[in-house]
Design a binder for this molecule. Structure first.
Ligand code: AMP
Ligand code: MN
Ligand code: MN
Ligand code: MN
Length: 276
């Protein structure tokens, strides 16, 4: 059985390793099929594809699309996209451009809470001028001694209700699915267990996603406990969605799980790669 890791990040978004280094590390950890899924960005895929050819592993072109749904942020992973598709690239460009103003507002919000210089500080951690994320703020806040590690930063800042959080409108769910399908890809709800949703809310999200043409959900992700692996395998069956598996790796020392570190999909789950 080949080993799949269908969710990870590089320096083209908020990962710490360049695409070629991500691919080399995945190969060293026994990954046979890797999807690079940078936030709202496909710019790292050419480098990743070349590195995968050298390493002798298969690279799936991906991205992780930011979506607003019922007032929260939902992530939709795209798998098997054509990175040159204009509908997709223009859609992602729209999302990325909204990130700059948001970053300034995050900086203003932290300043109002007494933490000055965060915007400039975050920019020092940005590795692609096209994309600034909360992760870059978190890294600077740790460096500035405001918190011990990035996990604490998110708990105390940058999340809803905390100083440093600003509401932001991303793409809509139908837009994200439409762009991904236009580019020939499959749409996958990322880390469903992370959203603050009641059981009814989760069913509404998965129902809308499935009815809108969505393809799969992540059953296995570093954000889920083993109990959630079982829970989301059941959701996938109930909603007739395929199941995906991805570490959501961001870099050495920053991720809960190594590339390729997930177990096999639970028996009975139809894998997102079944027709690949
Ligand atoms: P953004 O897309 O700018 O809202 O940033 C979202 C990113 O922040 C996610 O992709 C994660 O990498 C990171 N993140 C979100 N919540 C947490 C958390 N609780 N702990 C660590 N990183 C987080
Ligand atoms: Mn991230
Ligand atoms: Mn995510
Ligand atoms: Mn991710």
């Amino acid at each position: 059985m080949p080993r799949f890791d269908l969710h990870c990040h590089s320096t083209y978004s908020d990962g710490l390793l360049a695409p070629a280094a991500v691919v080399a590390r995945a190969a060293a950890h026994g990954v046979d099929v890797l999807a690079l899924t940078d936030h709202d960005e496909v710019g790292g895929l050419a480098e990743a594809r070349a590195a995968a050819a050298t390493a002798g592993i298969k690279l799936i072109c991906g991205a992780e699309v930011s979506v607003s749904w019922e007032g929260q942020t939902i992530h939709v992973v795209a798998l098997g996209i054509d990175p040159a598709d204009p509908t997709l690239t223009q859609g992602l460009e729209t999302i990325r451009s909204g990130r700059s103003g948001r970053a300034r507002r995050i900086g203003d919000s932290l300043a109002a809470a007494g933490i000055r210089g965060a915007y400039e500080g975050a920019l020092k951690h940005v590795t692609s001028e096209r994309l600034v994320s909360r992760t870059h703020f978190a890294r600077w806040l740790v460096e500035a001694g405001v918190a011990r590690e990035t996990k604490d930063v998110f708990k105390r800042y940058l999340t809803p209700g905390k100083p440093g959080y600003v509401a932001h409108e991303w793409a809509t769910l139908p837009q994200a699915i439409g762009w991904i399908h236009a580019a020939g890809g499959q749409a996958v709800i990322a880390h469903p267990g992370r959203y603050k949703l009641s059981k009814t809310g989760m069913r509404r999200l998965l129902g809308e996603f499935r009815d809108g043409g969505g393809d799969a959900i992540e059953i296995l992700t570093s954000s889920h406990t083993p109990a959630q692996f079982t829970e989301y395998a059941a959701y996938a069956r109930a909603f007739d969605l395929l199941g995906s598996s991805g570490s959501d790796y961001h870099g050495p020392g920053e991720s809960w799980l190594e590339l390729g570190g997930l177990p096999e999909l639970p028996a009975g789950a139809a894998p997102v790669w079944k027709h690949w």
